[in-house]
Design a protein around this ligand. Structure first.
Ligand code: ADP
Length: 207
């Protein structure tokens, strides 16, 4: 279902930003204020559980080396393969994207019966060409600060953080698609203020 076919009154907002920009923090803040969330990263993690279709297809392509001793997907092993090689990344996207899109569509359908704004938290929103949304929010952060946060809070190596960032659409292009920009260069308190502002903006939109 495209956003055009949604019943009148249901707002559908895309939320995106580079890795480490603060999307998860913003989406949690919006849910706290009354939005409902479709979380593409959570969907991907679910589809990558052992035995699920995406897991199976990935193992078919890259073999046992992407499985941990516990039988789960070894995310670091996958990252080491795909974030240095555009061809491998394209292969991963081909495996993951169709099934993720299908599940995103299922979840959207479930939520359109309610009146709460739907937040589509999709890291690759711009790359995937979603259309007909009520608006797009971009969480923005200087690349250097994103790298620092990924190293400090999420345990990435500096090289890995930079490789992942450069595999995504660049900052300027993402910003050019934004209807609302959240500046997350400040501290977590300033981010809370930004979330208040974006929530007011959302409530002022009409579907
Ligand atoms: P994303 O979902 O875009 O990858 P996260 O919301 O997970 O980003 O944020 C990355 C890390 O940075 C998290 O550990 C988060 O708590 C932290 N973080 C987010 N915003 C700020 C901020 N303004 N100041 C300090 N740390 C932040």
């Amino acid at each position: 279902m495209t956003a055009k076919e949604l019943p009148q009154g249901t707002l559908e907002i895309g939320l995106t930003g580079g890795i480490g920009s603060g999307k998860s923090t913003v989406s949690a803040g919006l849910v706290k204020r009354g939005a409902v969330l479709v979380d593409a990263d959570a969907i991907v993690r679910d589809l990558q559980k052992p035995g699920k279709p995406v897991f199976k297809k990935m193992v078919e392509r890259w073999g046992e080396k992407i499985i941990t001793n516990e039988g789960e997907l070894d995310r670091q092993a996958v990252a080491d393969i795909v974030f240095k090689d555009a061809e491998e990344l394209a292969a991963l996207n081909e495996i993951v994207h169709p099934l993720v899109r299908e599940e995103i569509a299922n979840q959207r359908e479930k939520y359109i019966k309610g009146n709460d704004p739907i937040i589509l938290d999709i890291p690759l929103l711009i790359e995937s060409g979603y259309e007909n949304l009520s608006g797009i929010i971009v969480v923005d952060l200087h690349t250097e600060e994103a790298v620092e946060r990924l190293v400090k809070y999420r345990g990435f190596s500096r090289e890995d953080a930079l490789n992942r960032i450069s595999s995504q659409v660049d900052r300027e292009e993402r910003l050019s698609k934004a209807d609302f920009v959240i500046d997350n260069n400040g501290d977590l308190d300033s981010l809370e203020n930004e979330i208040d502002k974006v929530w007011s903006w959302i409530k002022g939109l009409s579907a």
